[in-house]
Design a protein around this ligand. Structure first.
Ligand SMILES: Nc1ncnc2c1ncn2[C@@H]1O[C@H](COP(=O)(O)OP(=O)(O)OP(=O)(O)O)[C@@H](O)[C@H]1O
Ligand SMILES: [Mg+2]
Length: 373
C-alpha cells in the first residue's frame, strides 16, 4: 500500500482509484462519470491529486477543473464568469501571443477564444462575452465549439465538483426560463455519449441531489457511478503504523470511534502525537454528535411518531450497519430525508443502503440510545 506526502500531509492509498481514472481517460469518452461517497471520504482530494500529479503535466490532455463550492453563484451571469472572461482590444497583443488561440464558428457569429492562462475561464473577444451575458448566445454552444477545437490537439477532461451549487439557477432566455443544471447536463451528455469530445467527471457530496440524478432516466443511462468510500481497516492500520502508532489498544480505539474517515484519523493522530488522552478525546467527539443528534431531533421532528421512527431507524442502523428503506413507508421516508439532508446519514443510490456518514456519528447515536434506553 502506498502512503505519500501530499499538501504537507499523508495521502493514503487510493492507487486503485487513481488507476481507474487514468485508464478511463485513455479511452473514448462514452459516459459521464459521477464520483460519490460519504461525507469527507476523500473524493475531492483524490481527484485533485490525480489532476495535479498525473494530468497537469500531460501534454496529451487538457484539464478544466472547477469546484463550484469555491464560487459564489447567485445568478446566471456568475456562472458565465466562471467559464468565460472578456479579452479587450487592448489586451489583444498578448492574446495573439497565446499559443492556444482558437477560432470559433458559431453559425451567425464568428469569434476567437483562448485557453485559460491560469484558472479555468476561457478568454473570449468582448463582443461574444457580452452577448453571452445578455443571453443572446448559448454558452454551451460556445463551450462545445471551444472543446471541439481543443480536441484536435488534446483530449479535454472536464471535472466539476459540487455541481449541486447550480441547482437554483435559471438562464433567463427570451422565450422561456431554462433551468441551468438541466441544460448543463444535456451539454455533458452531448460531450460524451453523442460527440465523444470530452471526458466528464462530476462530483457531489449531496446524497439527495445524487439520488435525483441517479433516478433521472436520461442521466442514469448515460452515466457511470463510482464510489469513493472511507478507508478500510487495513489501510487505517498501515497509516497509523506509518505515524508510529503501534499500540493495539490505541489502534482499536481509533478504528472503533472514527473508522476510515481520513480527516478524523488525521485529528486523532495529532492528539496521540501530542501525548493527550486519546480515549477522552474520542469520547468527547462522540458526545458532540450525541448533542447534535439530540438537537436535530428536537428541532426537526414535531410529533412523537416521527421521533420514535427516527429512534427505530438509528437503532436499526447501529445494529445492522445499514438500512434498506421502504419507500412506501411515508413516515420513514420523511424522517430519513431530513437525516440525510442534515448529513447524519448517507444513501448509496446504487444499492439503496442507508448508513451513517461516518463512524463518529454512529458512536454519538449509540450514546444517545444508551441515554434514552
Ligand atoms: N487518501 C487520503 N489519505 C489521507 N487523508 C485524506 C485522504 N483523502 C482525503 N483525506 C483528507 O480527508 C479530508 C476530507 O477529504 P475531501 O475533502 O477530499 O473529502 P470529500 O469526499 O471531497 O468531502 P465532501 O463530501 O465534503 O465533498 C481532507 O482533509 C483530506 O486531506
Ligand atoms: Mg469534496
Amino acid at each position: 500500500m502506498r502512503i505519500i506526502e501530499y499538501r504537507d500531509g499523508p495521502f493514503v492509498n487510493r492507487e486503485g482509484d487513481e488507476r481507474f481514472l487514468l485508464e478511463r481517460f485513455k479511452g473514448r469518452p462514452e459516459k459521464i462519470l459521477f464520483i460519490y461517497g460519504p461525507k469527507s471520504s476523500g473524493k475531492t482530494t483524490l481527484v485533485e491529486y490525480v489532476v495535479e500529479n498525473c494530468l497537469q503535466n500531460d501534454r496529451g490532455v487538457y484539464v478544466n477543473y472547477i469546484n463550484f463550492r469555491g464560487h459564489a453563484i447567485v445568478n446566471y451571469k456568475d456562472f458565465i464568469d466562471i467559464y468565460f472572461q472578456p479579452i479587450s482590444e487592448g489586451q489583444k497583443s498578448w492574446l495573439t501571443r497565446l499559443k492556444e488561440r482558437l477560432s470559433l464558428n458559431l453559425g451567425l457569429f464568428r469569434g476567437s477564444a483562448s485557453l485559460p492562462i491560469k484558472g479555468v475561464s476561457f478568454g473570449l473577444n468582448i463582443e461574444l462575452y457580452n452577448q453571452l451575458r445578455r443571453n443572446e448566445v448559448d454558452p454551451f454552444v460556445v463551450l462545445l465549439e471551444i472543446l471541439r477545437n481543443i480536441k484536435e490537439k488534446r483530449q479535454p477532461i472536464l471535472i466539476l465538483d459540487e455541481v449541486q451549487a447550480l441547482q437554483s439557477i435559471y438562464m433567463n432566455g427570451e422565450v422561456r426560463e431554462r433551468h441551468l443544471l438541466t441544460e448543463f447536463f444535456n451539454f455533458l451528455v452531448r460531450l460524451t455519449k453523442e460527440t465523444h469530445i470530452a471526458h466528464i467527471v462530476v462530483m457531489t457530496s449531496e446524497t439527495l441531489f445524487l439520488e435525483k440524478i441517479y433516478n433521472y432516466a436520461k442521466l442514469a443511462e448515460t452515466s457511470d457511478f463510482y464510489k469513493i468510500g472511507h478507508l478500510s481497516l487495513d489501510e487505517v492500520r498501515e497509516w497509523l503504523s506509518h505515524e508510529g502508532i503501534e499500540d493495539e489498544a490505541v489502534i482499536d480505539l481509533i478504528w472503533e470511534y472514527v473508522g476510515g474517515s481520513a480527516h478524523r484519523i488525521n485529528d486523532a493522530v495529532r492528539v496521540v502525537k501530542k501525548g493527550d488522552d486519546i480515549q477522552k478525546y474520542l469520547i468527547n467527539e462522540a458526545k458532540i454528535y450525541r448533542g447534535k443528534l439530540s438537537q436535530f431531533i428536537s428541532k426537526e421532528f414535531d410529533t412523537v411518531e416521527e421521533m420514535d421512527k427516527f429512534g427505530e431507524i438509528l437503532a436499526d442502523i447501529v445494529k445492522k450497519g445499514f438500512l434498506i428503506r421502504d419507500l412506501k413507508d411515508k413516515l420513514e421516508t420523511k424522517v430519513l430525508t431530513k437525516a440525510i439532508d442534515y448529513e447524519f446519514l448517507f444513501l448509496d443510490p446504487k444499492d439503496e443502503k442507508i448508513a451513517f456518514n461516518s463512524r463518529i456519528i454512529k458512536k454519538g447515536a449509540e450514546m444517545l440510545a444508551g441515554q434514552v434506553g
